[in-house]
Unconditional design. Structure first.
Lengths: 145, 180
Protein backbone atom coordinates (compact mmCIF):
# COMPACT_ATOMS: atom_id res chain seq x y z
CA UNK A 1 0.00 0.00 0.00
CA UNK A 2 1.51 3.29 -0.87
CA UNK A 3 1.38 6.88 -2.01
CA UNK A 4 3.47 7.48 -5.11
CA UNK A 5 3.38 11.24 -5.61
CA UNK A 6 1.39 14.46 -5.30
CA UNK A 7 0.88 17.48 -7.55
CA UNK A 8 -0.75 20.76 -6.64
CA UNK A 9 -1.86 23.08 -9.47
CA UNK A 10 -3.32 26.56 -9.21
CA UNK A 11 -6.24 27.91 -11.21
CA UNK A 12 -3.93 29.01 -14.04
CA UNK A 13 -2.43 25.59 -14.56
CA UNK A 14 0.82 26.34 -12.85
CA UNK A 15 2.26 23.51 -10.80
CA UNK A 16 2.76 24.95 -7.33
CA UNK A 17 4.09 21.86 -5.68
CA UNK A 18 5.27 18.39 -6.51
CA UNK A 19 6.70 15.66 -4.34
CA UNK A 20 7.15 11.93 -4.61
CA UNK A 21 7.45 9.27 -1.98
CA UNK A 22 7.54 6.05 -3.84
CA UNK A 23 7.82 6.52 -7.57
CA UNK A 24 9.56 3.63 -9.27
CA UNK A 25 9.58 5.02 -12.80
CA UNK A 26 10.11 8.55 -14.08
CA UNK A 27 8.24 10.03 -17.02
CA UNK A 28 11.31 10.47 -19.20
CA UNK A 29 10.51 14.11 -19.89
CA UNK A 30 11.45 17.29 -18.08
CA UNK A 31 9.52 18.22 -14.98
CA UNK A 32 8.02 21.23 -16.76
CA UNK A 33 6.74 19.02 -19.54
CA UNK A 34 5.45 16.52 -17.04
CA UNK A 35 3.42 19.15 -15.21
CA UNK A 36 1.98 20.46 -18.45
CA UNK A 37 1.09 16.95 -19.52
CA UNK A 38 -0.64 16.22 -16.23
CA UNK A 39 -2.57 19.47 -16.26
CA UNK A 40 -3.56 19.14 -19.89
CA UNK A 41 -4.79 15.61 -19.31
CA UNK A 42 -6.83 16.70 -16.29
CA UNK A 43 -8.36 19.57 -18.19
CA UNK A 44 -9.39 17.25 -21.00
CA UNK A 45 -10.67 14.46 -18.81
CA UNK A 46 -12.77 16.81 -16.70
CA UNK A 47 -14.32 18.25 -19.79
CA UNK A 48 -14.85 14.76 -21.25
CA UNK A 49 -16.48 13.44 -18.09
CA UNK A 50 -18.81 16.39 -17.72
CA UNK A 51 -19.93 16.16 -21.34
CA UNK A 52 -20.04 12.41 -21.87
CA UNK A 53 -21.25 11.07 -18.55
CA UNK A 54 -24.51 9.20 -19.16
CA UNK A 55 -25.70 10.18 -15.69
CA UNK A 56 -26.10 13.44 -13.86
CA UNK A 57 -23.06 13.96 -11.72
CA UNK A 58 -22.54 16.82 -9.33
CA UNK A 59 -18.97 16.04 -8.44
CA UNK A 60 -17.39 15.48 -11.83
CA UNK A 61 -14.12 13.70 -12.36
CA UNK A 62 -12.63 12.22 -9.19
CA UNK A 63 -10.29 9.38 -10.07
CA UNK A 64 -9.10 6.95 -12.70
CA UNK A 65 -7.16 3.72 -12.41
CA UNK A 66 -4.86 1.65 -14.51
CA UNK A 67 -3.81 -1.90 -13.79
CA UNK A 68 -0.99 -0.58 -11.59
CA UNK A 69 -2.05 2.70 -9.95
CA UNK A 70 -4.93 4.98 -9.21
CA UNK A 71 -4.96 8.72 -9.73
CA UNK A 72 -7.08 10.71 -7.26
CA UNK A 73 -8.26 14.22 -8.07
CA UNK A 74 -9.66 16.95 -5.86
CA UNK A 75 -10.51 20.44 -7.03
CA UNK A 76 -11.64 23.39 -4.94
CA UNK A 77 -14.18 25.94 -6.20
CA UNK A 78 -11.24 28.37 -6.22
CA UNK A 79 -9.57 26.32 -8.92
CA UNK A 80 -6.86 24.68 -6.84
CA UNK A 81 -6.22 21.14 -8.03
CA UNK A 82 -4.76 18.33 -5.94
CA UNK A 83 -3.61 15.16 -7.68
CA UNK A 84 -2.34 12.10 -5.86
CA UNK A 85 -1.23 8.80 -7.33
CA UNK A 86 -1.52 5.76 -5.11
CA UNK A 87 -1.50 2.05 -5.64
CA UNK A 88 -4.75 0.23 -6.25
CA UNK A 89 -5.41 -0.63 -2.61
CA UNK A 90 -6.45 2.97 -1.98
CA UNK A 91 -9.98 3.34 -3.26
CA UNK A 92 -10.67 6.86 -2.09
CA UNK A 93 -8.15 9.51 -1.14
CA UNK A 94 -10.60 12.41 -1.21
CA UNK A 95 -10.44 12.96 2.55
CA UNK A 96 -6.67 13.09 2.46
CA UNK A 97 -6.66 15.62 -0.37
CA UNK A 98 -9.32 17.67 1.39
CA UNK A 99 -7.18 17.67 4.51
CA UNK A 100 -4.12 18.75 2.54
CA UNK A 101 -6.13 21.67 1.21
CA UNK A 102 -7.99 22.75 4.35
CA UNK A 103 -5.42 22.10 7.02
CA UNK A 104 -2.09 22.35 5.25
CA UNK A 105 -2.45 24.63 2.23
CA UNK A 106 -4.89 27.13 3.74
CA UNK A 107 -3.25 27.21 7.16
CA UNK A 108 0.39 27.33 6.06
CA UNK A 109 0.34 29.05 2.69
CA UNK A 110 -2.79 31.19 2.36
CA UNK A 111 -2.55 32.54 5.87
CA UNK A 112 1.14 33.29 5.56
CA UNK A 113 1.49 36.85 4.22
CA UNK A 114 5.02 36.19 3.01
CA UNK A 115 3.80 33.44 0.69
CA UNK A 116 2.82 35.07 -2.58
CA UNK A 117 -0.16 33.35 -4.18
CA UNK A 118 0.67 32.06 -7.62
CA UNK A 119 4.28 31.34 -6.75
CA UNK A 120 5.59 27.86 -6.18
CA UNK A 121 4.93 26.84 -2.60
CA UNK A 122 7.94 27.90 -0.64
CA UNK A 123 7.18 27.12 2.96
CA UNK A 124 9.23 24.69 5.00
CA UNK A 125 6.36 24.42 7.43
CA UNK A 126 4.04 23.32 4.65
CA UNK A 127 6.52 20.81 3.17
CA UNK A 128 7.36 19.28 6.52
CA UNK A 129 3.78 18.99 7.68
CA UNK A 130 2.70 17.57 4.35
CA UNK A 131 5.45 14.98 4.45
CA UNK A 132 4.51 14.01 7.99
CA UNK A 133 0.88 13.74 7.02
CA UNK A 134 1.54 11.55 3.98
CA UNK A 135 3.81 9.24 5.90
CA UNK A 136 1.20 8.92 8.62
CA UNK A 137 -1.55 7.85 6.23
CA UNK A 138 -2.82 4.36 7.02
CA UNK A 139 -2.13 3.27 3.48
CA UNK A 140 1.40 4.61 3.30
CA UNK A 141 3.86 1.83 3.56
CA UNK A 142 6.70 2.00 1.04
CA UNK A 143 8.21 -1.28 0.10
CA UNK A 144 11.95 -1.25 0.38
CA UNK A 145 13.56 -1.49 -3.04
CA UNK B 1 -0.85 36.02 13.83
CA UNK B 2 -2.28 33.29 15.96
CA UNK B 3 -0.82 29.91 15.00
CA UNK B 4 -3.12 26.96 15.04
CA UNK B 5 -2.38 23.27 15.25
CA UNK B 6 -3.94 20.62 13.10
CA UNK B 7 -7.55 21.10 14.02
CA UNK B 8 -8.53 24.72 14.16
CA UNK B 9 -11.89 25.63 15.64
CA UNK B 10 -14.53 26.95 13.31
CA UNK B 11 -14.76 30.12 15.35
CA UNK B 12 -12.47 31.41 17.97
CA UNK B 13 -13.66 34.48 19.74
CA UNK B 14 -11.76 37.71 19.89
CA UNK B 15 -13.06 40.83 21.49
CA UNK B 16 -15.22 42.56 18.88
CA UNK B 17 -14.27 45.95 20.22
CA UNK B 18 -10.65 45.16 19.50
CA UNK B 19 -11.66 44.37 15.93
CA UNK B 20 -13.66 47.60 15.56
CA UNK B 21 -10.87 49.66 17.09
CA UNK B 22 -8.25 48.03 14.88
CA UNK B 23 -10.26 48.78 11.75
CA UNK B 24 -10.83 52.33 12.93
CA UNK B 25 -7.11 52.80 13.51
CA UNK B 26 -6.47 51.53 10.00
CA UNK B 27 -8.92 53.98 8.39
CA UNK B 28 -7.64 56.86 10.52
CA UNK B 29 -4.07 56.18 9.48
CA UNK B 30 -5.05 55.96 5.82
CA UNK B 31 -6.82 59.32 6.10
CA UNK B 32 -3.67 60.84 7.58
CA UNK B 33 -1.46 59.28 4.90
CA UNK B 34 -3.57 60.16 1.87
CA UNK B 35 -5.50 63.29 3.02
CA UNK B 36 -8.06 62.61 0.29
CA UNK B 37 -11.26 60.60 0.79
CA UNK B 38 -11.34 59.18 -2.74
CA UNK B 39 -7.80 57.91 -2.41
CA UNK B 40 -8.58 56.34 0.96
CA UNK B 41 -11.60 54.62 -0.57
CA UNK B 42 -9.35 53.19 -3.28
CA UNK B 43 -6.81 51.95 -0.76
CA UNK B 44 -9.50 50.32 1.34
CA UNK B 45 -10.83 48.59 -1.75
CA UNK B 46 -7.35 47.39 -2.70
CA UNK B 47 -6.62 46.11 0.79
CA UNK B 48 -9.98 44.43 0.86
CA UNK B 49 -9.24 42.76 -2.47
CA UNK B 50 -5.97 41.34 -1.13
CA UNK B 51 -7.80 40.01 1.90
CA UNK B 52 -10.61 38.59 -0.21
CA UNK B 53 -8.41 36.51 -2.50
CA UNK B 54 -7.08 34.69 0.56
CA UNK B 55 -10.16 34.72 2.73
CA UNK B 56 -12.06 32.74 0.10
CA UNK B 57 -9.71 29.78 0.60
CA UNK B 58 -10.29 29.84 4.34
CA UNK B 59 -14.00 30.08 3.70
CA UNK B 60 -14.00 27.12 1.29
CA UNK B 61 -11.85 25.08 3.64
CA UNK B 62 -14.07 25.72 6.65
CA UNK B 63 -17.52 25.71 5.26
CA UNK B 64 -17.30 22.89 2.70
CA UNK B 65 -19.72 24.83 0.54
CA UNK B 66 -19.41 23.61 -3.02
CA UNK B 67 -19.68 25.57 -6.25
CA UNK B 68 -22.80 27.67 -6.40
CA UNK B 69 -25.13 26.89 -9.28
CA UNK B 70 -26.18 30.48 -9.94
CA UNK B 71 -25.94 34.04 -8.71
CA UNK B 72 -28.94 33.64 -6.41
CA UNK B 73 -27.26 30.80 -4.58
CA UNK B 74 -24.10 32.89 -4.41
CA UNK B 75 -26.04 35.72 -2.79
CA UNK B 76 -27.49 33.38 -0.17
CA UNK B 77 -24.13 31.88 0.66
CA UNK B 78 -22.56 35.33 0.99
CA UNK B 79 -25.31 36.59 3.30
CA UNK B 80 -26.10 33.52 5.36
CA UNK B 81 -22.73 31.77 5.60
CA UNK B 82 -19.89 34.17 4.81
CA UNK B 83 -21.11 37.27 6.62
CA UNK B 84 -22.25 35.12 9.51
CA UNK B 85 -18.91 33.34 9.77
CA UNK B 86 -16.67 36.38 9.55
CA UNK B 87 -18.70 39.27 10.91
CA UNK B 88 -21.36 37.54 12.95
CA UNK B 89 -24.17 39.31 11.13
CA UNK B 90 -26.62 38.09 8.50
CA UNK B 91 -27.61 40.75 5.98
CA UNK B 92 -30.83 40.30 4.05
CA UNK B 93 -30.74 39.76 0.29
CA UNK B 94 -33.19 42.01 -1.56
CA UNK B 95 -33.83 44.25 -4.57
CA UNK B 96 -33.04 41.71 -7.24
CA UNK B 97 -32.82 43.17 -10.73
CA UNK B 98 -35.24 41.63 -13.26
CA UNK B 99 -32.33 39.98 -15.05
CA UNK B 100 -31.18 38.39 -11.79
CA UNK B 101 -27.71 39.86 -12.11
CA UNK B 102 -27.86 42.45 -9.36
CA UNK B 103 -28.94 42.40 -5.73
CA UNK B 104 -28.57 44.29 -2.49
CA UNK B 105 -27.31 43.23 0.90
CA UNK B 106 -29.02 45.17 3.66
CA UNK B 107 -27.05 45.29 6.88
CA UNK B 108 -28.97 46.13 10.02
CA UNK B 109 -25.71 46.32 11.90
CA UNK B 110 -22.11 46.55 10.82
CA UNK B 111 -19.44 45.52 13.33
CA UNK B 112 -16.87 47.72 11.60
CA UNK B 113 -18.73 50.90 12.51
CA UNK B 114 -19.73 50.38 16.15
CA UNK B 115 -19.20 53.68 17.97
CA UNK B 116 -17.98 55.41 14.79
CA UNK B 117 -19.10 58.86 13.69
CA UNK B 118 -17.76 60.43 10.54
CA UNK B 119 -16.36 63.90 11.08
CA UNK B 120 -17.79 66.67 8.86
CA UNK B 121 -14.79 67.00 6.59
CA UNK B 122 -14.98 63.40 5.36
CA UNK B 123 -18.20 63.41 3.34
CA UNK B 124 -16.84 61.28 0.54
CA UNK B 125 -15.27 58.65 2.75
CA UNK B 126 -16.73 55.17 2.39
CA UNK B 127 -15.64 53.95 5.78
CA UNK B 128 -16.37 50.26 5.28
CA UNK B 129 -15.12 50.12 1.71
CA UNK B 130 -12.78 47.29 2.70
CA UNK B 131 -15.81 45.01 2.55
CA UNK B 132 -16.37 45.79 -1.11
CA UNK B 133 -12.82 44.81 -1.95
CA UNK B 134 -13.11 41.62 0.10
CA UNK B 135 -16.24 40.54 -1.75
CA UNK B 136 -14.77 41.42 -5.14
CA UNK B 137 -11.50 39.57 -4.49
CA UNK B 138 -13.17 36.52 -3.02
CA UNK B 139 -15.63 36.13 -5.89
CA UNK B 140 -12.93 36.62 -8.49
CA UNK B 141 -11.21 33.51 -7.13
CA UNK B 142 -14.36 31.51 -7.77
CA UNK B 143 -14.63 32.68 -11.34
CA UNK B 144 -17.01 35.63 -10.93
CA UNK B 145 -16.24 39.21 -11.88
CA UNK B 146 -18.50 41.46 -9.82
CA UNK B 147 -18.96 45.11 -9.08
CA UNK B 148 -19.56 45.88 -5.40
CA UNK B 149 -20.41 49.22 -3.89
CA UNK B 150 -22.13 50.89 -0.97
CA UNK B 151 -25.32 52.65 -1.98
CA UNK B 152 -26.54 53.51 1.50
CA UNK B 153 -24.53 53.98 4.66
CA UNK B 154 -25.79 54.65 8.19
CA UNK B 155 -22.56 56.53 8.83
CA UNK B 156 -23.62 59.04 6.22
CA UNK B 157 -27.12 59.49 7.56
CA UNK B 158 -29.04 56.77 5.71
CA UNK B 159 -31.43 54.50 7.58
CA UNK B 160 -29.70 51.30 6.61
CA UNK B 161 -26.42 50.18 5.16
CA UNK B 162 -26.89 48.75 1.69
CA UNK B 163 -24.27 47.07 -0.47
CA UNK B 164 -25.14 46.60 -4.13
CA UNK B 165 -23.57 43.64 -5.95
CA UNK B 166 -23.64 43.30 -9.70
CA UNK B 167 -22.55 40.30 -11.72
CA UNK B 168 -20.32 41.41 -14.60
CA UNK B 169 -19.16 38.18 -16.16
CA UNK B 170 -17.95 34.69 -15.59
CA UNK B 171 -14.16 34.38 -15.61
CA UNK B 172 -13.33 31.42 -17.79
CA UNK B 173 -10.69 28.91 -16.88
CA UNK B 174 -7.62 29.15 -19.08
CA UNK B 175 -5.32 26.46 -20.27
CA UNK B 176 -1.73 27.38 -19.54
CA UNK B 177 0.16 28.88 -22.48
CA UNK B 178 1.25 26.31 -25.00
CA UNK B 179 4.79 25.76 -26.16
CA UNK B 180 6.28 28.65 -28.07
Amino acid sequence: MTVHNLYIFDRNGKCLYYNEWNRKKQAGISKEEEYKLMYGMLFSIRSFVSKMSPLDSKEGFQSFQTSRYRLHYFETPSGLKFVMNTDLSVSNARDALQHIYSNLYVENIVKNPTCILGNSLDSDLFSTRLDTFIRALPYYNPRTT
Amino acid sequence: LITVKHKSPLYFKINSELFTLTYGALVTQLCKDYENDEEVNKQLDKMGYNIGVRLIEDFLARSSVGRCQDFRETADVIAKVAFKTYLGVTPSVTNWSPAGDEFSLILESNPLVDFVELPDNHNALIYSNLLCGVLRGALEMVQMAVDVKFVQDTLRGDNVTEIRMKFIKRIEENLPAGDE
